[in-house]
Design a protein. Structure first.
Length: 260
């Protein structure tokens, strides 16, 4: 059943770091949302027909709200328009979309929750909802602007890497794992493709079950246009080729299912 576009209402908005904004919206999508899903947000600019897919950072079912944390990608973009919205403003959205993380599989296990760049926000709700033996949150930033750090500290053991070495381990999330001699039975990760590729390789070399959330430029967000496909081992019933539609079949995949 196709999701319907609805007019969500901005509850609040704040800037977390250079170019990084946090927005809470009142939306029907909060009722059914799960960690790892996303919403498609529309601009009011008539020249921009396609929505912007934004991952869900936090879910407040009680108050019917979702939190999204996003990066402004440049002037005259949809994300710049979003950053100017204020409490009470209306924003058309569709969601929740995608499959989300299978977080219940982690029960009784030692887990890595890994995020990098704008793949950091969806790890927060995952950490909040996950019930496991040991929750190790490993997140990577460019510099000392470690947005969401306090929230992560309240929801697990936090390890940080920064590209410039200003906070935590100098390097990437894999460097943080090595420096702190961390171990896990399962991995959940979201971030840029090079990071996910390294995590996938690490997981397969060590026989660790691993779920990765792929970032991709999406168009329709509902699996119809085939603009956001990735290579898979199985044939897609929709296109009959070895592809998976990231927006519809994902964005979360078992790492051994896909090629990145």
């Amino acid at each position: 059943m196709a999701k319907q576009k609805e007019n969500a209402v901005v509850h609040s908005q704040e800037q977390l770091a250079d170019g990084i904004y946090s927005m809470w919206i009142n939306t029907e999508a909060a009722k059914d949302a799960k960690p790892g899903q996303f919403i498609s947000m529309y601009t009011t600019d008539g020249s921009k027909l396609l929505p912007r897919p934004i991952s869900i950072c936090e879910i407040d079912k009680e108050n019917g709200r979702l939190r999204v944390v996003y990066r402004v990608t440049g002037p005259k973009t949809g994300t710049e328009e979003f950053s100017k919205l204020k409490a009470g403003d209306i924003i058309p959205v569709i969601g929740p979309l995608g499959n989300g993380f299978p977080y219940k599989k982690a029960e009784g296990k030692k887990v890595f929750l890994m995020g990098g760049g704008i793949g950091v926000p969806p790890i927060l709700e995952l950490a909040k909802q996950m019930d496991c033996e040991k929750k190790q949150i490993v997140v990577g930033y460019r510099d000392a602007q470690t947005f969401l750090k306090e929230e992560f500290e309240q929801n697990g053991e936090l390890y940080i890497s920064t590209e410039d070495g200003s906070v935590g381990t100098k390097g990437n999330v894999m460097d943080a794992i090595r420096e702190n001699a961390l171990e896990a039975d399962m991995i959940y990760a979201c971030g840029p493709t090079p990071m996910l590729r390294a995590i996938k390789q690490y997981a397969e070399e060590n026989g660790i079950e691993c779920y990765i959330s792929l970032e991709e430029r999406m168009a329709c967000g509902i699996g119809a246009c085939l603009a956001c496909v990735c290579k898979s081992k199985e044939k897609d019933a929709h296109s009959n080729v070895n592809n998976k539609r990231i927006c519809k079949d994902g964005p979360v995949f078992l790492s051994t299912e896909v090629e990145i």
